[in-house]
Design a protein around this ligand. Sequence first.
Ligand code: SIN
Length: 495
Amino acid sequence: MELMPDATLTSLQLPPCALLINGQWRQSAHSFPVVDPANGQVLAQVASASLDDAAEALSAATNAFTHWRRSTATERSQLLQRWHQLMLQQRERLAQLLCAEQGKPISEARAEIDYAASYLNWFAGEALRLEGDWQHPSVAGRQLLNIPEPVGVVLALTPWNFPAAMVTRKLGAALAAGCTVLLKPAESTPLTALALAELAMEAGIAPGVIQVLPCATPDPLAAFLIASPQVAKVSFTGSTGVGRLLMQQSATTLKRLSLELGGNAPVLVFADADLDAAVTGIMAAKFRNAGQTCICINRVLADAKIAPELEQRLAAAVMALQVGAGQVDTVQIGPLISAKAVQKVQQLVEGAILQGARLVCQQRLPAALQPGPAGGYFFPPTMLADVTMQMGICQQEIFGPVLTLQTFTDEAQALQLANQTDGGLAAYLYGGDEKRNYRLARQLTAGMVGINATAISDARIPFGGVGSAGFGREGSKYGVADYLQLKHLCWELAE
Ligand code: SIN
């Protein structure tokens, strides 16, 4: 069985591996390599933005804001639509790039491009639906108007796990609202973002509306931009630790923030659940992007009555997953993003076993997939049972292909276990009693709940969490609201 593809490097259509500032592609003094996590092969050298580059980009975004904010909603909507169309036209090229730099299976990469494009389509519609209101005055002759205005220049910090969808989810909303953007893509996956920006330029989006600043050492660059009062808002998807830091840094200039941070998603499986649907849903939501998704299931909580059967069915499904380079059509689990990521997952598994977890199953990876100088960052699909909330593996996002199982005996215990987390992005439940489903869904600590469903991501839903999973909503009509502020006009009209 083929696990590694023939060399794909030559077939990749790379975007400009440069900075995009004021509509111009520019090299910089330094560059950094982008590697394929399946084999360590260098895919490209990408320009790394300096603080001077960032200052220039900021000035371009600030200038562009003066005209972009005055463009009509129809113009902005049409440009987003054109960008969306170009993405679909280049779907295969974008999916190949995404797969090569991020590692996810090509089928998932294609699905991500469709998902990412759907945000542009959605926000093209939202641009047309922006509206304010008029109020009855308390003083005769006055007109009271509430008008939504774009907040200004936005710093978008996007993660490596969804290099396309997180760009369009942020930029689609920002542009629809009339904001201009500084985009800093994750340093391990800038190629997809650069290709998207190339298409945005082709769509006719004016110079200065979108800047792209790949950077090998992003912390000083982000700190520099956040310190500037010219940046009105920061939108970040990533870890809770970095989210906290960005919030501290934003305090001085009182920035608006949207933070989509880490989750610790539980799935509750009740005895009356449709187990076929539960197994399918759990496998899809646990192993999406090799477990490297913020809304991946982190903890399976099963009613003790069906736990043995669920364990057996899940174990069979885990052992059947095909691991390999994402470019191979049949592969379901690609590499993790880095050696550090593999090490972290390994430590969580070992720590849990030391604390009493039971290793239900773990695939043995063939030599071609073993980590090594020429090998990639693969981790074998694994299942652990008898885990407890005291274990690191239940407290932290695993971000790897490891399924954990624990049991409950009644509804109260199920809820108590599910909510033993200081924040929640997604939670899921499977059960046949719709009243209980609704009751629990309302009590789960999470921004989004899947009821007998796990594939919940959609441009039309408000994506976001509660507590340490962050705040702000992306997608939906609420997503664009995060890039707007109300201006009130109290207008005394001489009659
Ligand atoms: C994420 O992992 O942050 C995004 C996942 C999604 O949009 O479905």
